[in-house]
Design a protein around this ligand. Structure first.
Ligand code: ATP
Length: 222
């Protein structure tokens, strides 16, 4: 059975989620109180409606209760975002994801029952910062306040050495969980194969350990 989603707020973030979900063949109800935004999504989402999401009766009429997952992508109007989230939790929506504008907003959303709070600008800022620090850090994903996964290009100091030679776990306390080689991802990399210049390591660990690993083995000045 197809999963049903609703995206409330069709700005850049909500609009992008709506587009991707629709492209993946999902049923998407797109909601915005701005007519122009709704018109933009008429041919993209399964249904696109003009509505004020802070109004419980309107959301009920739209059948929001039957939707599996609602994404609230109202950013600037924090009051509308909070009110909408309260209405959705009152209606017993199974999964509610909300975009937070700042840390204070995030705290409130967690308190009032949002299942998932996302902070795209902050998270993307962190990812880009890690990429800027080193040419070799390709991507960065925060797992918790102090653990992450990073994608790193094999630096000069690593080329020709095997995972056993480098002994990343013993020396730095983090783990290489996979190696990307071109389009292939090897999720159980052999510990004795020599690393090649174009290999990309996917490393998981505590931020402080990853940082030590980056400093010693990866970082090359831009
Ligand atoms: P983004 O940073 O994602 O581009 P934005 O800055 O363009 O967002 P926001 O003000 O964060 O826009 O709001 C996103 C969308 O939410 C807008 O299109 C706005 O019309 C819509 N919106 C705001 N309040 C409501 C509401 N009460 N009901 C429905 N839609 C709303």
């Amino acid at each position: 059975m197809k999963r049903e989603f609703a995206v409330i707020g069709l700005g850049r973030f909500g609009g992008s989620i709506c587009r991707e979900l629709s492209m993946e063949g999902m049923e998407v109800l797109a909601i915005d109180n701005d007519e122009d935004k709704v018109n933009e999504f008429k041919n993209i989402a399964s249904h696109a409606v003009i509505a004020d999401s802070t109004d419980e009766a309107t959301l009920k009429e739209l059948g929001i209760k039957n939707i599996d997952h609602v994404i609230v992508a109202i950013g600037d109007n924090i009051q509308a975002s909070i009110l909408t989230t309260v209405v959705l939790t009152d209606l017993g929506i199974e999964k509610i994801t909300v975009k937070a504008q700042n840390d204070y907003h995030e705290k409130i959303l967690n308190k009032i029952g949002a299942d998932q709070v996302v902070h795209p600008e902050r998270d993307m800022g962190k990812r880009i910062a890690h990429n800027i620090i080193s040419n070799n850090i390709l991507d960065y994903l925060e797992l918790s306040d102090d653990h992450s996964i990073v994608e790193v290009k094999v630096g000069e100091k690593m080329v020709g050495k095997s995972l056993i030679d480098l002994d990343i776990r013993a020396n730095y306390g983090c783990n290489v969980v996979a190696i990307k080689q071109g389009k292939d991802i090897n999720v159980s990399p052999s510990a004795d194969d020599a690393l090649r210049e174009d290999d990309i390591l996917i490393v998981i660990g505590a931020d402080k350990d990853i940082s030590r690993f980056e400093k010693h083995l990866v970082v090359e000045d831009k």
